[in-house]
Design a protein around this ligand. Sequence first.
Ligand code: ATP
Length: 239
Amino acid sequence: MSLLSVSGLRSGYGRIRILDGVDLDVGQQEFVGILGHNGMGKTTLLRTLMGYLPAQEGKVVLDGTDITRMSTYRRARQRIGFVPQGREIFPDLTAWENLRAGALIGGRTGAEEAQAIERVVETFPRLKPLLDRPGGALSGGEQQLLALARCLCGNPRLILLDEPTEGIQPSIIEEIVDRLSALKAEGGLALILVEQNLDFIRALAERVLIIHRGRITRSVGPEQLNDPELVAEFVGMSG
Ligand SMILES: Nc1ncnc2c1ncn2[C@@H]1O[C@H](COP(=O)(O)OP(=O)(O)OP(=O)(O)O)[C@@H](O)[C@H]1O
């Protein structure tokens, strides 16, 4: 059975329809990339899956449970984690408190919470010396690592990751790839990755879905992203 099964999903902003019948399946431990021109609805899709935007039509099923009408909070408790575009770190909370927020959102408290945070921090050595600093004082790359770590503190089984490489230096992009590759090898986690960086998608995704005018129009293998003509057609860029 798929971990996530989306059918006929429609949503948008007021009367402006952005998603216009999205069908999408993600396997239990599958890493899926999503590519599309600017403005095609990639972020809107992730926000609708997380419940920030209501589904106007269609169905979203997570591991057999219909979550179409669930609040964002309850979706987080169902272990969907979200790393938003722009990271949305709490700037006045310390890095550690940001991680606590992730653990709490995932339903962890007390000793379990502290253990979860410590386990995650062990795998992000760059964050260790920064834990007492305000989130807003971290560099963009450090904030991106923190946003991913915060999400992991909630023990997600599905992560929605929106453009993690945007404005981030190459060494941190490599760290994110390494961390996600390690998590993939450990198992138990699925990922939906919206990203413009083709190398990043190639490194992580088993399957790449093309979104066009609010629908998934095609599924391609990551190796097909080596073909500049195909890429130009799908996303209007090459590289
Ligand atoms: N709050 C909003 N109110 C009205 N329209 C919006 C709102 N947010 C986004 N849109 C519009 O919805 C469309 C889809 O936006 P979305 O951010 O999902 O696209 P995207 O594929 O993620 O694009 P990008 O690659 O530029 O991030 C765009 O035309 C955008 O202008």
